[in-house]
Design a protein around this ligand. Structure first.
Ligand SMILES: Nc1ncnc2c1ncn2[C@@H]1O[C@H](COP(=O)(O)OP(=O)(O)OP(=O)(O)O)[C@@H](O)[C@H]1O
Ligand SMILES: [Mg+2]
Length: 227
């Protein structure tokens, strides 16, 4: 399970998923999970870009679009723990995945997290009828608490992106700073709330179909990488 994974091998493996079901009624969904800051969104975007370059029709639907709105987090008294499993509309995510597994005749729309607004925005990501593979990524794809436990059976396979904690926390703190937090606030977040979430995620590692330790791709430097 923990075989070394070259970037080429990852793209090929995802390409096989896209190709095998190309004429079927159902549509495969590939999951990418890992702790906060492991690089899931960056890897997902790079994978989808390469698959599209090879002519496949692929959509990227992040779990992060199912963050509860800030006002709802405040109403629930959970704003400080934004990112914890109960701060997402997990049931909504499960229902959308079920729907995306069917090739519906019309475009399905998924929400996306706008990190600049720190809010999810509905109907941001179109999944057109011709899409042959949906890639989804997020922290809790392999959690075994309800309703998250309903996610894994909907995935064709799920990859776990594993990065040394020191590198991961460093990147996370840097990303928090890039979004306007002071260095102290960024590290408080990375070592506090994010770390509690990370422990939940790392406990799920053994349930992954593939553990990716060194994806070996160069993230785009043109600003198109997710933040
Ligand atoms: N291969 C890489 N090399 C260098 N930096 C990277 C790489 N992958 C991701 N990063 C950077 O690390 C940070 C975290 O990456 P990313 O946002 O993709 O993680 P994530 O797992 O989606 O995090 P979250 O769980 O918070 O959504 C980002 O600032 C990103 O630009
Ligand atoms: Mg992300």
């Amino acid at each position: 399970m923990n075989e070394p994974t070259s970037w080429h091998a990852l793209v090929q493996r995802a390409g096989v998923l896209a190709d095998t079901r190309a004429d079927a009624v159902s549509r495969p969904v590939l999951g990418i999970t890992g702790a906060p800051g492991a690089g899931k969104s960056t890897l997902g975007a790079a994978l989808v870009a390469d698959l599209r370059t090879s002519g496949r029709r692929v959509a990227l639907v992040g779990m992060d679009g199912f963050h509860l709105a800030q006002a709802e987090l405040e109403r629930l008294g959970r704003a400080e723990r934004k990112g914890a499993p109960d701060t997402f509309d997990a049931d909504g995510f499960v229902i959308l995945l079920r729907r995306l597994r069917l090739r519906e005749a019309r475009t399905a729309y998924a929400p996306a997290l706008r990190r600049d607004l720190e809010e999810p925005v509905a109907a941001s990501v179109p999944v057109e009828p011709g899409v042959d593979l949906v890639v989804t990524e997020g922290n809790y794809l392999l959690l075994d608490d309800e309703p998250w436990a309903q996610v894994q059976p909907l995935l064709e396979e799920c990859w776990y992106l594993d990065l040394p904690d020191s590198v991961r926390r460093e990147r996370l703190a840097k990303r928090h700073q890039a979004h306007g937090r002071s260095s102290r606030q960024a590290w408080e977040r990375a070592l506090g709330s994010d770390e509690q979430n990370a422990q939940l995620v790392t406990a799920c590692r053994a349930r992954a179909d593939l553990v990716v330790t060194a994806p070996g791709f160069v993230p785009p430097s043109d600003g198109s990488a997710p933040h």
